[in-house]
Design a protein around this ligand. Sequence first.
Ligand SMILES: N[C@@H](CCC(=O)N[C@@H](CS)C(=O)NCC(=O)O)C(=O)O
Length: 350
Amino acid sequence: MHFRSFIPRFAPRFAQLRGLRNWMVQSRARTVSVIGLSSVVGLSTWASVRPRHSMLLHARSFDGEAAGSMGSANASNKGSKLPHISVYQYETCPFCSKFRAFLDYYGIEYEKVEVHPVFKREIWFSSYKKVPIMVAGETQVNDSSFMVSVVRTAMLLDGDINKSLEMYPELPEEAESERANKYNIMYGNTEDIDSRSEERRWRRWVDDKLIHVLAPNIYSTPRQSLQAFQYITEVSNFNTFERYLAKYIGAFTMYFIAKHLRKKYEIQSDVRQAIYGCVNVWMKGIGKKRMFLGGDKPNLADLAVYGVLSATEGLDTFDDVMKNTKALKWYQGVQYHVRNHTGAPPSSNN
Ligand SMILES: N[C@@H](CCC(=O)N[C@@H](CS)C(=O)NCC(=O)O)C(=O)O
């Protein structure tokens, strides 16, 4: 909806908003608290930016389209020994997309629980307040990369999540989500030491580098920021009023926060060049001789890069990246494997 057509229907509310503005300017303290509230709305919803599908990907569709997400309300993990898995998430959060790409690729069924970006009612049970959160059977696990490692290791341990967790001792001094060897998979004896360490290195790079160039790009201009927040109405569990509030306040706030994040992570001022640079570094890492970093099939690093980039599908950032780098073929390749769950064991492959 265009801003102009939005005004007449909501004119009374705008009059109230003018009153609100007057109230705000009366007191510096109040102004600070309102800005704080806006930031919470903005920050909490920056992840609620769900593109439906990229125009670019539609224009050049890939063989073997979409079996779709394995997410299902009655996920049972029949065919594997993993317990029932619930993923508390924002549909468009890049950390959440990363974890879903992993689960989908391996054909692991899971229940998705969309968390309210502001009130977070759905995760009141948890003292850790970020998403994604996984509850596997009775066990809660936090942090997307850690969750990937724990589930992947559990798959090699007859689906035993708790046994897998024992292999990742907590570091007393670290943040709640940090564990020793968070990027390690307990593959046991493997002759493939080099490719395992390459996989780990790139998974860490995704968290340390790639993910940080997203927000400064998605919210780089007011128009793109609004474009991003437009999607909130489609996927989040906001009520109607919250939706309008989140869309305009969120877009406005994130436009400024993105500038702050750019400086914090020392990203060059031409943010598009920064993300092209990252994607080029990744493509160079794969090299010309293999389709994926994992060879003929994606490994956990391919899935992580794919998952994070897929959170921008449908936005200008995504289309620009695909047009200005050589990543499209690789991206579509991983998408094929993820959507068709080609990593699932033959018995549970559908
Ligand atoms: N290291 C965590 C980071 C998760 C994270 O920062 N998630 C964001 C959403 S994209 C979040 O929950 N932010 C706090 C909030 O929304 O209140 C992971 O990899 O899972």
